[in-house]
Design a binder for this molecule. Structure first.
Ligand code: AMP
Ligand code: ZN
Length: 112
């Protein structure tokens, strides 16, 4: 499958890993918008939040615990951070392998 995040999971493309276990991978965004900008993905290819299936419930819960771990590992758990998943055209999704942006390390604003 021609998916850059699947290639990162398979080690065919490099990444700066923050956390990995059997089911999820977290790595630094190549184009960070804040001092901490990490992407957390399931190793399983799911194209977006809208493609999550009932059988993925445990995996998505596990991924949320992974978000906690990434927040602790990067130190943003103290002052807070934001988790974002973009969906489709209006959401400006550019990579169609579900990913959660963990953004922090500075004061964020709320703008649309
Ligand atoms: P989105 O726009 O929500 O689909 O986010 C895709 C994100 O993936 C962007 O923030 C990109 O900077 C990031 N990105 C694209 N290619 C890579 C890569 N090879 N390694 C790390 N981050 C990447
Ligand atoms: Zn993929």
């Amino acid at each position: 499958m021609d998916c850059i995040f699947c290639k990162i999971v398979q080690g065919e493309l490099p990444s700066k890993k923050v956390y990995e276990d059997d089911h999820i991978l977290a790595f630094h965004d190549i184009n960070p918008i804040a001092p901490v900008h990490v992407l957390v993905i399931p190793k399983k290819h799911i194209s977006s939040l809208m493609e999550i299936q009932p059988e993925d419930k445990e995996l998505i819960g596990h991924l949320h615990l992974g978000l906690q771990k990434v927040a602790e590992l990067t130190g943003v758990n103290q002052d807070g951070f934001r988790v974002v998943t973009n969906i489709g055209k209006h959401g400006q999704q550019t990579v169609f392998h579900i990913h959660y942006h963990v953004i922090g390390g500075r004061q964020l604003q709320w703008t649309m």
